[in-house]
Design a protein around this ligand. Sequence first.
Ligand code: E4P
Length: 217
Amino acid sequence: MKFFIDTANLDQIKEAQDLGVLDGVTTNPSLMAKEGITGEENIIAHYKKICDIVTGDVSAEVIATDFEGMIKEGEALAKLHERIVVKVPMIKEGVKAIKYFSDKGIRTNCTLVFSAGQALLAAKAGATYVSPFIGRLDDISTDGLNLIAEIRLIYDNYGFQTEILAASVRHTMHVIDCAKIGADVMTGPLSSIEGLLKHPLTDIGLAKFLEDYKKGN
Ligand code: E4P
């Protein structure tokens, strides 16, 4: 399972990269705005900084919602760095754009996916990644993990190569449950990755080992 970090915060991206388990980064316009990165030039410069930190895929989202606009933006984003994956929303024009990019060999991440039908369309269009937002489904009392399971079944039935990128992951149990179902990738905050480290028995055990070591020396 690949681990992506879902942030535009460079310190957190570096911290996750330094841990040695990071496979990529996802961003979106809201995450950029949260870091105070606004305006096309600054956003482009920020993507380049992210690409310089990580060794994996970096999703960069188009803002246009019409086909022509998405193509223009996506092609420019893809040229920025070989790690860039063009993030395209699951709308009619987006599906056409994903098909276009796929035919051109430009990798895509189909975002804002909330149903199995949308995921099926994204795969048919040739998306590299599909991003079902599990946390946002949970927020409206709908089982986000069940959507991951449905998509896994459908993709396996037909051998679709599109990778299931469980997005809107909020905590460590989301990560573990997605791993059990067989999501190819998860993207979440640094806390969802670092949370996997924690167990009180590890801390108690280590304290005891160190204490006993000191007794014998
Ligand atoms: C995915 O690529 C999105 O950036 C993201 O996971 C959204 O998550 P949120 O629901 O926590 O905003």
